[in-house]
Design a protein around this ligand. Structure first.
Ligand code: MN
Length: 539
């Protein structure tokens, strides 16, 4: 278990005194719901490989429980739940289910470690959503928790919309769940409308009503920016599990951020936990990279934002040089950020990557980042890194992450429907023109397609030429295009993420690619998307 290192934390002495007046737990547990509630963030959807990669990273971080998904919702969720359960991780893998046999059976079928069952207890939800009376809800809880108990010893019960429920009824619902076999209860502030003091009051009442062996979790949403404060208030009143997401991903304004909750409990409250704080920043960067440019860590975001440890004011900077503790609550190193001239770099265990990088160094680097690859993917990563290094570039960690993400997202060769043979682009003071030659699989055989197009710029011309080649097989529409320099400088990798829709089926795919030439990253992202469209239409 991590013990707080005082030389790295510079917080108020008064906290010592105040802590004694609170009902703090002996240990803080973390329940990560990045793959379930976090994936409900509008616009965010992780691919299967990304979900596995995130699971490894969270395990490495020291998370206690991962909510891998809601298996009844989709085949993709089911497969992720099943495959994450098979990874042999240290953390517990839990699956979500409504109070329905069908849902519970799906969690059992995915062979998950434990189950999370929920039902709404607020009058508004019972009336408008469930169309059930209070008595019916209590009966359902008793019946379904008992049913789940036949297969599971660890059962987490959530009364959805707990904070807008009648408190006596909420307590009753939790008691019924526990009497029928629930071993943990969660108190969700589903709509994000509670205040810290009120949330603390609810937790205190539930804590006092249940046996002390029952672990109580806080699940808070950030609609008023109070998610972390509410979670902490829960911990001051008997909760010992925080349900959080990395970067605070989640529906609407998101869930309580893991980084802020964990570091508050660790640094300000000194509660022991299994979290390896030095893995926090690298893990957040990994998840950010899987968000495909749609959600980014904010510049002012606490702890992990670019400005979190930057100092500009002359007085501050002067004092910082004498003693960093004067203006820093914790050292950036404590959460895995390396200080270099006030610019944070992700590089933690500094292995220089480039054309001379060997397989061992790369393996270590991947392990460091908590990423697992197949042998074939690993060989591709080596090749990409060497190619990039061959052009005289140093491969920075963020470039490296982009390369790995790129490789993990590729379809195996037998599933490639489109292959780029040639791309010629004319740009500058002429009308930008692009010519592409593609091989496209049609009825099992590859046929060659050639097309040219002009455009407002080289990317536009290339995209139009490819779409033209493709027209006989599938008409597609580009819904979204986003480009980012992965690291600074003109030699940086350009990371392109796109959203593409097949007009015939309305099927939407997201894809991304990374290359030092932005025209190439755009073309590769588009081809990857087209590959997925074709895969979908051919299955
Ligand atoms: Mn939620």
């Amino acid at each position: 278990m991590m013990q707080r290192n005082k030389s790295e934390i510079n917080v108020s002495d008064m906290m010592e005194e105040i802590r004694g007046t609170l009902n703090l737990p002996e240990k803080a547990y973390f329940f990560d719901t990045t793959l379930r509630d976090g994936e409900q963030t509008p616009g965010i959807s992780f691919r299967h490989e990304e979900k596995l990669s995130i699971s490894y990273a969270l395990d490495e971080l020291g998370v206690d429980v991962i909510e891998a998904g809601f298996p009844i919702v989709s085949q993709g969720d089911f497969e992720a739940c099943r495959d994450i359960s098979k990874l042999g991780l240290d953390m517990e893998v839990i699956g979500l289910a409504r109070m329905k046999k069908l849902d519970i059976d799906k969690v059992i079928e995915a062979d998950m470690d434990s189950i999370h069952v929920f039902i709404a207890t607020s009058d508004i939800h019972m009336k408008s959503k469930l169309q059930m009376t209070r008595e019916q809800v209590l009966e359902e809880i008793a019946e379904m928790v008992s049913y789940a108990k036949n297969s599971y010893s660890t059962i987490l019960f959530s009364a959805e919309d707990a904070t807008r429920s009648d408190l006596d009824f909420l307590i009753k619902a939790n008691k019924v769940a526990v009497e029928n076999g629930a071993t943990r209860v969660n108190i969700p502030d589903t709509v994000g409308t509670i205040t810290p003091q009120a949330f603390g009051y609810i937790v205190k009442n539930i804590y006092e009503a249940l046996p002390k062996t029952i672990r109580i979790a806080a699940h808070c949403h950030n609609d008023f920016g109070l998610a972390v404060a509410n979670t902490i208030a829960g911990f001051e009143n008997g909760a010992s599990e925080a349900q959080t997401t990395i970067m605070g991903l989640g529906e609407r304004a998101g869930n309580a951020s893991f980084e802020e909750t964990a570091m508050s409990l660790y640094a300000l409250y000194q509660i022991p936990m299994n979290i390896k704080t030095r893995r926090i920043f690298p893990t957040a960067k990994l998840i950010e990279s899987y968000c495909g440019g749609k959600i980014k860590i904010g510049r002012l975001q606490p702890l992990i934002g670019q400005n979190a440890f930057a100092h500009e004011s002359g007085i501050h900077a002067h004092a910082m040089i004498k003693d960093a503790r004067a203006y820093e609550p914790i050292t950036p190193e404590l959460i895995g950020i390396k200080r270099s001239d006030n610019v944070q770099e992700i590089i933690q265990r500094s292995i220089k990557l480039g054309k001379h990088t060997g397989g061992h160094a790369l393996k270590a680097k991947l392990e460091d980042l908590g990423i697992t690859t197949t042998d074939e993917q690993f060989q591709k990563v080596i090749q990409h890194v060497k190619n990039f290094g061959d052009k005289g570039h140093e491969v920075l960690e963020e470039d490296f992450l982009a390369i790995v993400k790129d490789v993990l997202g590729e379809l195996p060769p037998e599933e490639q429907f489109v292959i780029l043979e040639e791309l010629t682009v004319l740009t500058g003071s002429v009308t930008p023109t692009s010519t592409v030659r593609l091989k496209i699989k049609d009825n099992g055989n590859y046929v060659e397609k050639l097309a040219s197009s002009t455009g407002v710029g080289p990317v536009d011309a290339s995209v139009k030429a490819i779409v033209k080649c493709f027209e006989p097989m599938s008409k597609v529409k580009l819904l979204n295009y986003n480009i980012d320099a992965v690291t600074g400088g003109t030699e940086a990798l350009g990371h392109v993420s796109i959203e593409l829709m097949d007009i015939e089926t309305n099927f939407i795919v997201n894809s991304n690619a990374t290359h030092e030439d932005i025209v190439m990253s755009s073309v590769l992202a588009l081809l990857k998307g087209l590959n997925r469209v074709m895969k979908y239409k051919n299955q």
